[in-house]
Design a protein around this ligand. Structure first.
Ligand SMILES: Nc1ncnc2c1ncn2[C@@H]1O[C@H](COP(=O)(O)OP(=O)(O)O)[C@@H](O)[C@H]1O
Ligand SMILES: [Mg+2]
Length: 251
């Protein structure tokens, strides 16, 4: 039997053009993300990775194309409406309320939910992130970078999204902290959570993701399994937009 809570259709982005005011950044992005997949979105600085996540979350100017999500075109929806459709976004940077405890931060995030759900939702997040539970009375600002990043992810997960958009969670973190964040992302993905992760740490991203999507100059230039591309080929793609030996792409 088909689970009625599961979307009959996943995320399907077609010919998406978007930017900021009159500035065009995405020049026709096509991307389908099936339910439960862990996708790493990579590419050189300025490729439009953050702009793509922001576009999915209603924070850019949409110029054309469509963002189909569960059989609706949500292009042009406002962030609040997008969250209500089951899409949550963890932007770059961390820790909104450093002088509040982890528990208080989660309570703040839960205020957008119905009051009677706050306690059970916090328990749900603590079950998912035991590290946060152990430190629930610690001021967020006194936690390590990795723990603060986890708190940001947890605050998004509290909304029980169907897809989680995460922008560069590893920036500025120590290798140990990066390992913690990625392990937790892997763990929530193993529970069925769809993840679209922007990541500049390509080595780490290729280790965890089911699929790698490479964006350059506002377009998807490569899309496949991490096992199908070497680190050198990836660097070449970032630099030139094509693989070694491949004819120069027409622009
Ligand atoms: N708020 C903004 N207003 C205008 N231009 C922006 C804004 N944010 C990003 N850009 C521009 O959009 C381009 C793509 O940026 P971004 O999506 O952040 O790239 P990436 O995340 O791949 O490094 C860059 O040229 C950047 O300067
Ligand atoms: Mg970015």
């Amino acid at each position: 039997m088909v689970d009625p809570d599961l979307p009959t259709k996943s995320l399907s982005i077609k010919g998406l053009r978007a930017g900021y005011g009159s500035l065009d950044i995405l020049n026709g992005v096509d991307l389908d993300v099936p339910q439960g997949q862990f996708v790493a979105l990579m590419g050189p600085n300025g490729a439009g990775k953050s702009t793509l996540l922001k576009s999915l979350y209603g924070m850019t100017t949409i110029k054309g194309g469509s963002i189909e999500w569960q059989e609706k075109n949500i292009a042009g929806y406002k962030p609040r409406a997008i969250l209500a459709e089951g899409i949550a976004f963890v932007p770059q940077g961390r820790c909104n309320f450093p002088v509040m405890t982890i528990d208080e931060n989660l309570q703040m995030a839960a205020y957008t939910l119905r009051d009677d759900r706050v306690k059970s939702d916090r328990d749900y997040v603590y079950d998912l992130f035991p590290i946060l539970k152990a430190r629930r009375n610690t001021l967020a600002g006194n936690m390590s970078g990795g723990e603060q990043q986890l708190l940001e992810v947890a605050m998004a997960v509290l909304q029980r999204p169907k897809i989680l958009l995460v922008d560069e969670p590893s920036v500025g973190l120590s290798p140990a902290a990066i390992a913690i964040v990625f392990n937790e992302l892997l763990r929530i993905n193993a529970g069925g959570q769809t993840i679209l992760l922007v990541e500049q740490n390509t080595k780490k991203a290729m280790e965890v993701a089911h699929r790698a999507v490479i964006l350059r100059l506002g377009k998807v230039i490569w899309d496949g399994k991490p096992a199908d591309i070497t680190h050198d080929e990836l660097s070449e793609l970032f630099l030139t937009g094509r693989m070694r030996g491949e004819a120069k792409a027409e622009h």
